[in-house]
Design a protein around this ligand. Structure first.
Ligand SMILES: [Zn+2]
Length: 248
């Protein structure tokens, strides 16, 4: 039998509820559908993280949350199934101590930017963090023909390395990952990455080859700082909407 790692310790039920709510928020905002996931680093054990069992994000409840070590081995699965692609989370947490929350999605507007040589740029202030750069990970470069999934630690590490010091990475013909220093910021960034992609498609359709007056990196840094505080109004709205449907 495979060894079961020890838990990192007690977590406040409100935090577990917020993580469960984050799944439902991402589904309601069109970032995830039947697939995709959000995780949160353990608040007192940096070598542990929390993520729902393998289930559609809109259905997640606090009882679905499983704790993992950074090898993405469950501490308390109790026969609950794990997401195949949990290694995305474990490996990014391992190499990026500044990141506390990660969203992985296959949202449709973002995928084209991983398929053609057009760089995603920050179209408006809500997506400011994109101005720091958007690398594209191509699983084929290192692993040849695959089923495209990040289904082990080696692939997770390669993805984390492609992301580097950015807080976003696109995955060719698959999806994207958005991260943040808090759960709320990661959710905000994932939502506005999808919106930003739509705006860039419209801008391209409107302007053709004209210059795109996107945020530059200095503007991106300034606006992202605002998003991490004032932008939390969005979280309050979305969290309230989830609370109107469930008792947690
Ligand atoms: Zn995926």
């Amino acid at each position: 039998m495979e060894e079961i790692p020890e838990s990192g310790g007690h977590i406040a039920p409100e935090l577990i509820a917020d993580l469960a709510a984050a799944s439902r928020i991402l589904a309601a905002q069109g970032v995830v559908d039947a697939f995709g996931h959000v995780s949160m680093r353990h608040p007192s054990a940096p070598d542990r993280y929390l993520m729902a069992r393998s289930i559609a994000p809109a259905l997640v409840t606090p009882d679905d949350i499983i704790e993992y070590d950074l090898d993405s081995r469950p501490c308390n699965a109790n026969r609950r199934g794990s997401f195949l692609e949990r290694f995305i989370h474990g490996e990014i947490y391992r190499v990026r101590p500044d990141i506390t929350s990660i969203v992985h999605s296959h949202s449709a507007s973002v995928i084209p930017f991983g398929l053609v040589g057009v760089t995603m740029r920050a179209m408006f202030h809500n997506a400011a963090f994109i101005a720091a750069g958007v690398p594209v990970f191509d699983i084929r470069d290192k692993f040849g023909a695959t089923d495209m999934l990040i289904r082990d630690g080696e692939k997770g590490l390669a993805l984390a390395e492609a992301m580097g010091s950015n807080d976003i990475v696109l995955m060719r013909a698959h999806g994207s990952v958005a991260c943040g220093p808090t759960l709320q910021t990661a959710v905000f960034r994932a939502v506005y990455t999808e919106v930003n992609a739509r705006i860039q498609h419209w801008t391209t359709a409107l302007g053709g080859d004209a210059d795109m007056a996107a945020l530059d990196s200095a503007e991106g840094e300034l606006a992202d700082a605002v998003n991490q505080t004032a932008g939390m109004r969005a979280w309050d709205l979305w969290r309230t909407q989830v609370r109107s449907q469930v008792s947690w």
